[in-house]
Design a protein around this ligand. Structure first.
Ligand code: ZN
Length: 151
């Protein structure tokens, strides 16, 4: 258990420090802001999609380590996913953090297990879920068709 905690802490730190996904995407792009006032997390999530598949994802903004690490894992996980798969993943992450479920994460999304420990700290759950709630709203926009981002 302690070994896992150390490993998970390392995964969160690596994702927090990663800059690979921290950039804006050129329009046309789907984008949504997500704000968590209780912590000060404020991110902008960008998504590119051909209508079925998510072709690129990135984010910008400020946030605590949990918020940023979770957003980075999100971007890594959903690139190349079908919109429905991404929506299913949102539900799995929510299930893990709010319904005490132990989900099976698809290949490429295994890092997400590392944020499971956050479920023990109710105030941090919002930090971890911020990007996922934002993604949920974005996916509805993708289903609607046209990017609302500046064109
Ligand atoms: Zn936070």
């Amino acid at each position: 258990m302690n070994l896992d905690d150390d490993l998970y802490r390392e995964i969160i730190l690596d994702n927090y420090k990663s800059t690979r996904n921290r950039r804006a995407l050129e329009s046309p792009v789907f984008k949504q802001e997500g704000v968590n006032p209780s912590c000060g997390d404020d991110i902008e999530l960008y998504l590119k999609s051909d209508g079925d598949e998510i072709t690129d994802a990135s984010f910008e903004g400020v946030g605590c380590s949990i918020c940023i690490a979770s957003a980075n894992m999100l971007c890594n996980a959903i690139k190349g996913m079908h919109v429905d798969e991404a929506e299913a993943l949102v539900d799995r992450v929510k299930g893990m953090l709010t319904r005490d479920e132990t989900p099976e994460f698809p290949e490429g999304a295994e890092d997400l297990e590392a944020i499971q420990g956050v479920a023990k700290y109710p105030v941090r759950i919002k930090c971890a879920l911020l990007s996922w709630n934002t993604l949920h709203r974005l996916l509805e926009e993708v289903r609607g068709g046209t990017p609302a981002g500046d064109t």
